[in-house]
Write a protein that binds this ligand. Structure first.
Ligand code: 13P
Length: 252
């Protein structure tokens, strides 16, 4: 069935030394875990060191962002090919912080997903509504647009490389997690969209993660929901003890 994914998005935190210290601790604690995929996404400057520490490990390394072209005159950017070159297996795209703070559009995110797929990398594709959108009953419309435009022209066979992360913007970094029911409803809706845009088999195979204030004390309830196939964790992924507890969520 769907192998759960527990991913840590470190955002703009940690020096190289701090990053190494954290993954060494995770590696010690999570070395034997094989029933889920574990992913960490450090800052660019720590990626290579972290990838080296985790080279023989069951923990995969992800970029937090990329530019959709592999090389050229794009000052300051990093490409899928370069992420792959240093040992990344995944890249996060479409995070709400990138959409909101850096003006990333659905079309730009779509181009990144295509570029990552061409390089053979896994994609953690983030979607989610703002509080205003939820309160004005636009949530389903927003999620539909993000899925339709973000996955535009991506064929069904390439979708094996894509993991979706539902992150309601109002739950990110606020300590306000979606309730189990709110998350379950959104996930079921997203799976329904995949069925509509692709087919039932693909919808049944695609992993949909929940993100937004996931903590040791709420992960078990979230992971017990049928359509929640893992979590994308921000703040709680920065502390080994908390992230290890999340990795060890209660299995059903
Ligand atoms: P928090 O877990 O800190 O709310 O962040 C969630 C997130 O944005 C992960 O990508």
């Amino acid at each position: 069935m769907r192998k759960p994914v527990i991913a840590g998005n470190w955002k703009l935190h940690k020096t190289v030394a701090e990053s190494i210290q954290l993954v060494e601790a995770l590696n010690r604690e999570a070395a034997g875990v094989s029933d889920i995929e574990i992913v960490v996404a450090p800052v660019y400057t720590a990626l290579q060191n972290v990838a080296e520490v985790l080279a023989e490990s069951n923990i995969a390394v992800a970029g937090q962002n990329c530019y959709p072209v592999n090389s050229g005159a794009f000052t300051g950017e990093v490409s899928p090919a370069l992420l792959k070159d240093i040992g990344c297996r995944y890249c996060i795209v479409g995070h709400s912080e990138r959409r909101q703070l850096f003006g990333e559009t659905d079309a730009f995110i779509n181009a990144k997903i295509k570029a990552l797929i061409s390089e053979g990398l896994g994609v953690i594709f983030c979607i989610g509504e703002t509080l205003e959108e939820r309160e004005s009953d636009q949530m389903y419309e927003v999620l539909t647009r993000q899925i339709r435009e973000g996955l535009k022209d991506i064929p069904a066979d390439a979708m094996q490389q894509v993991v979706i992360a539902y992150e309601p913007v109002w739950a990110i970094g606020t300590g306000k997690t979606a309730t189990n029911q709110q998350a379950a409803e959104a996930h079921a809706f997203i799976r329904g969209l995949l069925q509509g845009f692709y087919n039932e088999e693909l919808a049944g195979q695609t992993r949909i993660l929940y993100g937004g204030s996931v903590k040791p004390d709420n992960v078990d309830g979230l992971m017990a929901q049928e359509d929640i196939d893992g979590t994308l964790v921000g703040g709680a992924s920065l502390k080994a003890e908390d992230f290890v507890r999340i990795i060890n969520f209660k299995r059903g």
